[in-house]
Design a protein around this ligand. Structure first.
Ligand code: GUN
Ligand code: ZN
Length: 452
C-alpha cells in the first residue's frame, strides 16, 4: 500500500457559488493536507489535524504555498485534433472540410493513433486536466489507442468512436450497422475496464443518416448508463443544413430527441442558438449544454447564453470544455478566461468562484461522476492539480496586490496557463513532473523540410 501526505493550501467546492462572497460554497484550508492511500483520499483537513491522526510515518510532499484542488475536468475535446489545433479557417463547416476531416483520416494507422494518444494525454496532464470526455475518430483503433494510453496512466477517461456515415470523405465513413457493431465491441472491451468509460458518440446530425441515429438510439436503450456526446446548434449554417436533412424535425434538438438521444448523461457541445422550446427540452431531459468558449471565438460561432440558460425557471444544466482542436488551448484556465470575456460581451459576469467550481465539481456533476472526482472528499479518487498563482513574473507582481481568495482565482484564470500547473496527480501519482519529454525532430530540421 502506498501512502502519501500532501500539504498545501487546499480548496474544493461543495456546491455552486452564488457570488464572490459565497464563502459557504467551498472549503479552503490555508495550511491543509490530504492523506492518499492507493490513489484514494482517506483524510482531509487542516495539516495539524491530519498529521496528528497518523499512526505511522508516511511520505510527505510539501506543496506550500501552492493551491491543491481537484483536477480539472474537460467535458468536450477531440483527441484526433491535437495536431491540427490552430488551423486557419473561416467557420465551422469550412474548418471541418479543409483541416479536420483530412487530419482524422490519419487515424486509420495504429502507430499514428498511439503517437497522438500519448501527446494528447501529456497535454491534458500538463494543463492539470485529469478527466476528459473525448471524441475519437471513426476508426475503432483510435479508441483503443486512447483508452490504452489513459489506462496506462490510470486516468478516468470517457471516450467514443464517432459514428458518421455521410457528408465526409469516404475514408471517414462507417455505416449504421458497422457503427453499432464497432461501438458495442468497444463498450465490451473498455467500458468499466479500470477507470475507462465509453461514450456513445454520433458526431452530429449532418454526418449521420436517420438509420445511424436510430442505431445510436438502440445503443442508448441497450446501455442506458453510458454517456452520449454530440454537437448541437453551434453555427447558423450547421443548424440550417441539419434541419434540411431532417425535414420532419421541429428543430435541431428535435432531431436528437426523436431518436432517444437526450437524457441526463447527454453532453451537447455548443448549444448557442437554441429556441425557448429547445431549452425546455434540454431542461426536461437533463441533457447538458457544454460551453466551449475558445472554440466559439476561434470559429466565430457565437456567444454562449449562459445566464439565459441557467437563470430561467426551467434551467438548463451547463458545463464547460476546451473543444480542442477548434478550441485553442488545452488549458481550462485559458478556457475560463475566454468564458468570462464572452459573458462580459453579453452583459453578464462570471464570478471566479463559479469558474473554479465549474472546472472541477460542476463538470464532475455534469458527468454524474462527482462521487469519484471533482472534490477533495474522503473516499474520492486522488485526481488533483497543484497551482502556482505566482507562476510568471507578471503573476507574481499581481499576486503581491491580491487580497482575497476570489481575487487570486480571478487573476489565476486571467493570466494562468500550463505554467501555473506545478503538478498533476492522477489517482495519487504525480504525473506532470514525472513526464518524459516526447521525442521529436529538432525544430531546425522540420523548418528546413517545410516548403516556402
Ligand atoms: N461539429 C461536428 N464535428 C465537430 C468538431 O470536430 N468540432 C466542432 N467544434 N464542431 C463539430
Ligand atoms: Zn467538438
Amino acid at each position: 500500500m502506498t501512502t502519501k501526505l500532501l500539504r498545501g493550501r487546499t480548496l474544493s467546492f461543495l456546491r455552486t457559488p452564488y457570488d464572490v462572497n459565497d464563502h459557504g460554497s467551498y472549503r479552503f484550508e490555508m495550511d491543509g493536507a490530504l492523506l492518499i492511500k492507493d490513489g484514494v483520499i482517506t483524510a482531509v483537513g487542516p495539516y495539524v489535524q491530519v498529521k496528528a491522526a497518523l499512526s505511522e510515518a508516511v511520505e510527505e510532499i510539501d506543496h506550500r504555498p501552492y493551491l491543491i484542488m481537484p483536477g480539472f475536468v474537460d467535458l468536450h475535446i477531440h483527441f484526433p485534433q491535437t495536431q491540427m489545433i490552430a488551423s486557419y479557417a473561416p467557420d465551422l463547416l469550412g474548418w471541418l472540410n479543409t483541416y479536420t476531416f483530412p487530419a482524422e483520416l490519419g487515424f486509420s494507422e495504429a502507430a499514428h493513433c498511439q503517437q497522438i494518444a500519448s501527446a494528447f494525454c501529456d497535454e491534458l496532464v500538463n494543463n492539470g486536466t485529469t478527466t476528459a470526455a473525448a471524441y475519437c475518430s471513426v476508426h475503432p483503433g483510435s479508441v483503443d489507442a486512447l483508452m490504452a494510453e489513459a489506462a496506462r496512466r490510470n486516468m478516468l477517461m470517457i471516450a467514443g468512436k464517432v459514428m458518421m456515415d455521410r457528408n465526409a470523405p469516404e475514408g471517414l465513413l462507417d455505416t449504421a450497422e458497422t457503427s453499432y457493431r464497432d461501438t458495442t465491441a468497444l463498450i465490451r472491451r473498455w467500458h468499466g475496464a479500470g477507470r475507462g468509460r465509453i461514450a456513445i458518440t454520433p458526431r452530429f446530425a449532418i454526418t449521420s443518416t436517420p438509420a445511424q441515429l436510430e442505431a445510436a438510439g438502440l445503443l442508448v436503450k441497450e446501455w442506458p448508463d453510458l454517456h452520449i456526446q454530440t454537437h448541437l446548434s453551434e453555427n447558423r449554417d450547421e443548424i440550417r443544413y441539419s434541419c434540411e436533412l431532417y425535414p420532419g424535425a421541429r428543430d435541431y434538438t428535435d432531431i436528437y430527441a426523436n431518436y432517444g438521444l437526450l437524457h441526463s448523461k447527454t453532453l451537447l457541445g455548443h448549444c448557442i442558438y437554441l429556441s425557448e422550446r429547445e431549452r425546455d427540452v434540454l431542461s426536461e431531459t437533463g441533457a447538458v449544454a457544454v460551453h466551449c468558449p475558445t472554440s466559439n471565438l476561434f470559429l466565430g460561432s457565437g456567444l454562449f447564453p449562459l445566464e439565459e440558460l441557467s437563470r430561467r425557471s426551467r434551467a438548463v444544466r451547463t458545463g464547460v470544455a476546451t473543444d480542442v482542436g477548434a478550441g485553442t488551448s488545452f488549458s481550462m484556465l485559458r478556457t475560463m478566461d475566454e468564458a468570462y470575456k464572452i459573458q462580459q460581451l453579453l452583459g453578464a459576469r462570471l464570478n471566479p468562484l463559479k469558474s473554479f467550481h465549474d472546472m472541477t465539481l460542476g463538470n464532475a456533476v455534469c458527468l454524474g461522476c462527482n462521487d469519484r472526482i471533482g472534490t477533495l472528499a474522503v473516499g474520492g479518487d486522488a485526481d488533483l492539480v497543484v497551482l502556482d498563482s505566482s507562476a510568471t513574473s507578471l503573476m507574481a507582481l499581481r499576486m503581491a496586490k491580491v487580497s482575497s481568495l476570489a481575487e487570486e482565482l480571478f487573476m489565476l484564470q486571467t493570466l494562468g496557463d500550463d505554467r501555473a500547473v506545478v503538478e498533476t496527480y492522477i489517482a495519487g501519482n504525480a504525473s506532470k513532473s514525472s513526464r518524459s519529454r516526447p521525442e521529436s525532430r529538432s525544430a531546425q530540421e522540420s523548418l528546413e523540410a517545410r516548403p516556402c
